[in-house]
Design a protein around this ligand. Structure first.
Ligand code: F6P
Length: 342
């Protein structure tokens, strides 16, 4: 069997480990052949792919990013787009099936293509850990490590100056990176999209830290919004590509805190550094296992399925079941963390 692999959407550490796991399992257990589509669905639509041999994946599990490149191209758009064109391209090149590694957008497209008869297996990828069908997604653990190290470093400079530091981490719809890095780094307040708060509440936490002689450290997810802030989101309008301009919440909160509490405040946005570099050991193992199981799903003709982590086991679920359901931080997990605030 010849299998095409693609990585689509925002990158995250562990993508290369999935590719390596899939190729090694496919070659060793099934005598499969592999090609990699360049730049996500763009490579599928344009018939742009390269062979991936066993020697191409040597040492790949520790390498950040994706050797295939990624984009947010929609496979239903463009000249070669749509199920008929894609199937024709696959037939012409003898490609039997696709393993699509991506998040909500990629998987939604994969589901529509599978409904039209294409042979696709999905692998979930979300640095924000926001897909409900998997307990954890690779890349998340690495992002939490990076954010935690940053919080540790910001604490020492905050303490040196008696300042309040507001650290913005990724998390468009859910606050898992903020919750975990905030707990690990001993943040005095963790602000997440699932839990809007008033500026008064935030300042109360900040002041109680100052009153104990400490420098307050606030971790905020990019999708957080104040209870009393206009509009549901923290984004600042649309960017040049008509996408919501995310982030900027730390930049807005720091001066508000300074003005209300009189504590000198600074903001730091961690941004894409959370998605860069080598994956953690945990993410390498998870990604490798997902890649291996995706190949097994191909050989079981489990089209339209997605591999997923449930507890410590890798299972399969239907992509239809996986998309459209967010993995939000439950109230109980937030309440646990809140005991440590202030
Ligand atoms: O969805 C993952 C994510 O990293 C979000 O946390 C962030 O808002 C977004 O992607 C950034 O996207 P881009 O890389 O396109 O700027």
């Amino acid at each position: 069997m010849k299998i095409g692999i693609l990585t689509s959407g925002g990158d995250c550490p562990g993508l290369n480990a999935v590719i390596r796991g899939a190729v090694l399992k496919g070659v060793i257990s099934h005598d499969a052949e592999f090609v990699g589509f360049r730049w996500g669905w763009k490579g599928v639509v344009e018939g742009d792919f390269m062979p991936i041999e066993r020697h191409d994946v040597r040492g790949l599990s520790k390498q950040g990013g994706t050797i295939l490149g990624s984009s947010r191209t929609n496979p239903f758009e463009g000249e070669g787009g749509g199920p008929e064109n894609i199937q024709r391209m696959l037939d012409e090149n003898g490609i039997d099936a696709i393993i699509a590694i991506g998040g909500e957008g990629t998987l939604t497209a994969a589901r529509r293509l599978t409904d039209a008869g294409l042979k696709i297996v999905g692998v979930p990828k979300t640095i924000d850990n926001d897909l409900a069908a998997t307990d954890y997604s690779f890349g998340f653990d690495t992002a939490v490590e990076i954010a935690t190290e940053a919080i540790d470093r910001l604490r020492t400079t905050a303490e040196s100056h008696g300042r309040c530091l507001v650290v913005e981490v990724m998390g468009r719809h859910v606050g898992w990176i903020a919750l975990h890095s905030g707990m690990a780094g001993g943040a005095h307040a963790i602000l997440i999209p699932e839990q809007p708060k008033t500026i008064e509440q935030i300042c109360e936490w900040v002041e109680s830290v100052r009153d104990r002689g400490r420098a307050p450290l606030v971790v905020v997810a990019e999708g957080f919004h104040l209870e009393d802030m206009e509009g549901a989101h923290s984004h600042k309008g649309l960017d040049a590509f008509n996408r919501p301009r995310l982030g900027g919440i730390a930049e807005r909160l720091a001066p508000m805190i300074e003005e209300r509490t009189g504590i000198e405040s600074r903001d730091t946005v961690l941004g894409h550094i959370q998605r860069g570099g080598a994956p953690s050991a945990y993410d390498r193992v998870l990604a490798t296992r997902l890649g291996m199981h995706a190949v097994d799903a191909v050989y079981e003709n489990a089209w339209g399925s997605m591999v997923t982590l449930r507890g410590t086991d890798i299972k399969t679920v239907s992509i239809a079941e996986a998309v459209g359901s967010l993995n939000r931080v439950p109230q109980a997990r937030y309440d646990e963390a809140k005991i440590l605030f202030g």
